[in-house]
Design a protein around this ligand. Structure first.
Ligand code: ZN
Length: 212
């Protein structure tokens, strides 16, 4: 079973992907984590990626797709791509990279989330600058307000998680994802799900769809 989870930041894709992967024994591929680990490696592609990142440039679509495709081919399990591809070019590169290895996508879950919900989820997020632990003022508050449970660091809000920045991230997401969503719709593998739901009820729905 090979899946993609698409959706705006704050749609709960990562959390849901963990739950679905555990239940169906799939590999959770989060491009951010994958890029970070490739950059630390001594591989040729790691070196190439590092060059772009050191210059403060975006890693080109071809390279990101190559890294993702390598990771997929390395694994015999099915996978969930969490928040990837991000644009139409990446999805086309990905399809050709995978089809040459006889790997095909089964379903693309499109997390539809209201902007209010996204702002609520992301603007409540607090991170520990020392140990990188993540909290949420409503859903996962630290024992003592503003203080990290693990290392007593002073929690902070990332600039990215401030309301204005969130609205901008949503605008960019919408622009990049529209062609991507039609691309998978035309292939008949797109499945809309309600990203406003909490983890458990949404998992119930996804599980039912996958078990058909
Ligand atoms: Zn901490």
């Amino acid at each position: 079973m090979n899946l993609i989870f698409l959706g705006p930041p704050g749609a709960g894709k990562g959390t849901q992907a963990k739950v679905v992967c555990k239940h169906f024994n799939l590999e959770h591929i989060s491009t951010g984590d994958l890029l970070r680990s490739v950059v630390k490696s001594n591989s040729l592609i790691g070196e190439k990626t590092r060059e772009f990142m050191n210059k403060g440039l975006l890693v080109p679509d071809e390279i990101v797709v190559e890294i993702v495709a390598q990771e997929i081919k390395k694994n015999s399990k099915g996978f969930i791509l969490d928040g990837f591809p991000r644009n139409l070019a990446q999805s086309e590169f990905l399809e050709s990279a995978l089809s040459s290895a006889d790997i095909f996508l089964n379903k693309v879950f499109n997390f539809i989330t209201s902007p209010e919900k996204v702002v609520d989820r992301l603007s409540g997020r607090r991170v520990c600058p020392k140990c990188r632990a993540i909290y949420h003022i409503k859903n996962m508050p630290p024992l003592e307000e503003g203080i990290c449970d693990k290392c007593a660091g002073i929690l902070a809000q990332r600039d990215d998680d401030k309301e204005e920045a969130i609205k901008e991230r949503l605008r960019v997401y919408k622009q990049l994802s529209e062609p991507l969503i039609s691309y998978y719709q035309e292939k008949g593998i797109l499945c809309d799900v309600d990203g406003d739901l909490n983890v458990e009820p949404l998992f119930g729905i996804i599980k039912e769809i996958l078990e058909i």
